[in-house]
Write a protein that binds this ligand. Structure first.
Ligand code: GLY
Length: 567
């Protein structure tokens, strides 16, 4: 009898375990594009394809960088650029890492109070629209610097398909047609009736930009100095002056991209390599990840109120530090070691309680007006040799300052708005800055761009980044956590809805209609001020994940026209 009941018990237990197992069917990961060797993910199919074509011709990731970045300048004038700047983080196949800063600089004639009126009031129109809003562009210097140091092909060979793209045209997407129509009136206001983009451009049209093709042809022939010291520089400086700007030939001639040590830090067995100042991306990402590391996020559950709270509270504290301490390291001393010190970060989270939201010290009035103007673009590349690059590049707002150089075929940035023009006053991202990020001649404005590479077990694991102004850092953070903590695939992690908090204003922003209403109510009951639906999208992440079998999975953001291609 005893034997029988033990057997019965064992059978019942087995059945119970079996039925439990049956209930928890393994989650099906929605994978993106899978490639064997190489991949490019960017905001436009044409740019991804041209980058990959360069790798197929025997080029590496740095050759593909020049091709992809310049192809974005042609086919994605919203954020792709010759008139802007960016940051690139790399990891070579041998494991060595580094980063390149080709951020714009304030012109030599810039001054601390240049956007204030006689009463000291911030004239934000001047830092966002028209010639005075532009910093000295760094993009051409950046792509040439990276390609000269690590690339294998000649710039002329790399740029030929880009020149062909500008000459033969690209097909306008529905998103592009809508954005171009929306911005047309402002473009005319800044440039006059005769400007190139004052034309009806419909979805499906083929748009050719012959004058940009001619500029690119001169750059292919004469190299980076064509842009900074040649005919292009002369035309650009003359145009800026005529439009009331202050960028001179001297500013252009002085511009240099700078190699910088990236911010490198561990997170739960991963090694994260991200951008150092003048981008705030790496330090702020490191602070947030180090503050959340002691919490068992997985046990909270993805997008549970507790998970959201831990991230928001760490973001609150990290953005407060960002806005006070960070600026151009060539001009200000940044206490990097202290900001990343484990004890310091632990102490920052000591007053966090799951019961109730911590309040940001000052609740700013009004809301951040997120709109599609918070633009920038990101691309990720892994080449056939195993080199990886993560690049974020920008004009700042969509179509930058809206100043289009009709003789050259490109928009100029409005990056001067990323400075803290008046301490305590929010910029277009609602970011409140301090003295560390005040305007000075030749200084680089603080950025949030966070091109990032992650290693696992000493091997390349993820290449990731996004546009989105101040939401860049938190979008990169959530994408990494989606895979690292919640075992999502790359495309799935990119698709997942996002939320954002940045200390001030004291609001948590959620992508609309993407989060359960009970989660939002719980957060409200714990004292969080919620802003749902103010931003159509948060970030447009383009990323690559190396799978356990060595294949590459692309994550191209569904929120844009983004595309992964590979072989
Ligand atoms: N212009 C956006 C950024 O650099 O953060």
């Amino acid at each position: 009898m005893k034997k029988l009941s033990t057997t019965y018990l064992l059978i019942s237990l087995g059945f119970l375990l079996f039925s439990c197992e049956k209930k928890e069917a393994p989650r099906v990961i929605q994978r993106g594009l899978i490639a064997e060797k190489a991949m490019v993910v960017s905001a436009r199919e044409e740019a991804s394809k041209i980058g990959l074509e360069i790798i197929q011709k025997g080029g590496n990731a740095f050759d593909a960088m020049m091709a992809t970045e310049m192809a974005l300048a042609v086919s994605y004038p919203f954020a792709g650029n010759l008139g802007g700047g960016g940051f690139m983080v790399y990891r070579l196949a041998d494991g060595s890492t580094g980063s390149l800063d080709y951020r714009e600089k304030a012109p030599l004639a810039a001054s601390k109070d240049m956007y204030l009126d006689e009463n000291g009031e911030f004239l934000n129109q001047l830092s966002t629209k028209g010639a005075l809003a532009s910093g000295v562009p760094g993009t051409v210097a950046g792509v040439f610097e990276a390609q000269a140091k690590f690339g294998k092909l000649s710039p002329a060979e790399i740029l030929q398909p880009v020149i062909d793209l500008a000459k033969n045209g690209f097909v306008v997407t529905p998103n592009q047609a809508t954005r171009l129509e929306r911005v047309r009136q402002v473009v005319v206001e800044v440039n006059g009736e005769e400007t190139f983009f004052n034309q009806e451009i419909k979805s499906g049209d083929t748009l050719k930009i012959p004058v940009l093709a001619a500029t690119l042809e001169r750059i292919a022939k004469n190299g980076r100095d064509e842009f900074y010291k040649g005919e292009t520089a002369k035309i650009l400086a003359k145009h800026m002056l005529a439009k009331g700007g202050i960028i001179t030939e001297e500013d252009l001639a002085n511009y240099q991209a700078v190699w910088r040590d990236p911010i490198v830090f561990p997170y739960r067995g991963f090694k994260i390599i991200s951008m150092a100042p003048p981008s705030s991306g790496g330090i702020t990402l490191a602070q947030i990840l180090k503050m959340i590391e002691p919490f068992d996020l997985k046990s909270f559950g993805h997008h549970s109120p507790e998970y959201i709270q831990v991230l928001v509270e760490a973001e609150r504290r990290a953005y407060a530090d960002r806005n006070y301490f960070l600026g151009d390291p060539d001009f200000v001393n940044i206490p990097v070691d202290q900001l990343l010190d484990s004890e310091y970060l632990k102490s920052r989270m000591e007053n966090f309680s799951i019961e109730k939201a911590t309040k940001s010290e000052d609740i700013a009035e009004g809301k951040i007006q997120f709109s599609e103007s918070m633009e920038t673009t990101h691309y990720s590349i892994v080449d056939a040799e195993g080199n990886a690059i993560s690049v974020t590049t920008t004009l700042n707002g969509g179509y930058g300052s809206k100043l289009f150089i009709d003789e050259l075929g490109f928009f100029m940035n409005n990056e001067m708005d990323d400075f803290s023009a008046k301490p305590g006053t929010p910029n277009m991202f609602g970011l409140i800055g301090a003295e560390a990020n005040s305007i000075a001649p030749g200084k680089r404005m603080l950025s949030s761009m966070t091109p990032t590479i992650v290693e696992k077990d000493g091997k390349l694991w993820m290449v990731v980044g996004t546009p989105g102004g101040s939401t860049i850092i938190t979008s990169v953070l959530q994408t990494i956590l989606n895979v690292a903590e919640f075992d999502m695939g790359m495309q799935e992690a990119v698709n997942a809805p996002r939320f954002h908090h940045q200390w001030l204003p004291d609001l948590v922003n959620f992508e609309p209609d993407s989060f359960d209403s009970t989660i939002i109510s719980t957060l409200k009951s714990r004292g969080y001020l919620i802003n749902e639906g103010n931003s159509p999208v948060i970030g447009k992440v383009d990323a690559i994940l190396v799978l356990p079998d060595g294949k590459l999975e692309g994550g191209a953001d569904r929120r844009g026209d983004d595309k992964a291609v590979g072989f």
